[in-house]
Design a protein around this ligand. Sequence first.
Ligand code: MOS
Length: 697
Amino acid sequence: MKMQLMTRFIGVPINRVDGIQKATGSAKYAYEYPVEGVAYVLPVQSTIAKGKISAIDASAAQALPGVITVLSHENAPRIAHLPNTELEVFQTDGVAYYGQFVAAVVAETLEIAQQAAELVVVRYEELPHHVELRADDKALYKPPSVNEGHDVSDTFEGDVEGALASAAVSLDQTYTTPTEHNNPLEAHASIAIWENDGLTLYDSNQGPHGIQGTIATAFSLPPERVHIVTQYVGGGFGSKLFAHPPIILTAMAAQMTKRPVKFALTRQQMFSQTGYRTPTIQRIRLGADTNGYLTAIAHDVIEQTSTSYEFAEQVGVVTRRMYAAPNRRTTHRVARLDMPVPTYMRGPGECPGMFALESAMDEMAIACGIDPIELRIRNEPKIDPETGHPFSSRGLIACLREGARRFGWQQRDPSPRAQQKGRWLIGTGVASSTYPAYYFPAAATVQVDHKGMYQVHIDATDIGTGARTALTQIAADVLEASLEQVQLVIGNSDQPAAGFAGGSSGTGSWGWAIFNAASALRTKLREECGGVIPAEGLSANGKFDANPALQRFAIHSFGAQFAEVHVNMDTGEIRVPRLLGVFAAGNIINPKTAHSQLMGGMTWGLSMALHEASILDPRFGNYVNSDFAGYHISTNPDVHTIDVAWIEEDDPHVNPLGTKGVGEIGIVGTAAAIANAAYHATGIRVRDLPITLDKFL
Ligand code: MOS
């Protein structure tokens, strides 16, 4: 299905088309739109995890000069029922998690709102709560019933128990990952303006059309009367895919006060209001013959969800397709806790799942006495074990081999504690990486004016990835125009519908719709206008509804992650001086922005390996480290050499552009490579993230 295209810009590392606007501050983010007469809303948040509001005394707050109103369930407008009841702000007196909005102040200034919010007194009838995901709380776990489009039902094939019992080499280990919070640089923010019976929201999100749908439902408006404007976004990583309570609050406050209202979350508010990555408890069982050929693979996942909505992350799904084995099993169990609704966070599913699977593969390689790269090569499936389809392309082995060459893997002594420099133990590790290629329906319109200037309209979002740039390159190549002739008009729900900036789907999906629209314009120009642009200009639409290749092929990106780790013998401090990632992700539209995406993912993988964990206080159900002082992410001193490479992969099946996506695969497998290297350095296997120094002492 790949098209022949004369490429002048695709494949070229051009600078971001919006680089100057972003670097000089002229790019407008949601909170920055000047709005006359704007008021400020600030929430009061619950201090219990479960129960009922018994009384609210807002009199002191209400009396403060500059306070416009105080909202709560007692006076808030009614909104429609939503599948995720977390979004039903102020609709009942119930409390479902710590930090839930229980009241809000709208005031003339942010400072007055802050002072007034402190004066609101809320009393509760508290109920006993369950907030902690624990391996021994089996009564709480249930098989998931719904989820966001991933099949997390149990899968069984063959006789796993029998194969494990008779395996020459077997492994049965449990790996855990903690709660982690998406922390985009730009906090979630909205400005709400009601006028002419419609609602405009300047909002920081990953997909205006999705937000438009949720807001339209909540406020019982036809979708076309809801306008979501999302020009620039400072990161999202999953936390801005779906609407969260703050946007509902902002729209509600504006509706009630008949004023434009704005709200930007604080970092602390994000820890209860914008989703998080579920903690996981993952049991992996592997059986192999003496040559390291797997006979059984089982991946059983326990994770958390909320009472407000069942979001079940697809943690074990990756195991269904990674390696061949005749006997296979994956299960997910979710505990409905009195906690906020978890959500997607970069590399959802694959990221935590591959920490467990790729740690286990390393342990298995050691148990079999086989090099970990060789073990993976031996267990390469010929077809996708899950669907039975051939892979459209599968570059795992090529990535492992190329990575081994670049990393200098051949010189490695496999025994632990073999290398030491001063008081530092040195080790190296490897892990596989993978991420599915998603293609979401999209539509685009391309216009040309009589001067030959093109506008491409599509409701795509550039959340900082460089999508605007890559899409401009695609359009320019199809139109045979210069980059300067092409203007992207994106980030607005008034534009033709497109899927969100998520699942690494953007370039492949939006790019495909743009490809079709631009091709249609060229055809129209040639066939209807004899190649001459009419005085009034010309436009054409293009779209795609589903990727037919997914009916015939398993389509995934693959990669190999290598890490060098130093662990101090006296203090247990762990350093990662070197990371290498080699990926096979189809056609790379812009090597510069793709490199940044992959490097960003690997940097985050390093962060996941060494630092990130949201620490729960089970007495209250809150996180005690809900800011950058307490929630550590890797920063410049943590990052040394990160080498990013990819192999040429010409996949003719996936879409007209041959792209598979690079946004998330960079984080997948990094933490396992680091844990495997830490074992190689020290002989200590850390199965619980993050890998902090106490685990070596
Ligand atoms: Mo990504 S976690 O699909 O925004």
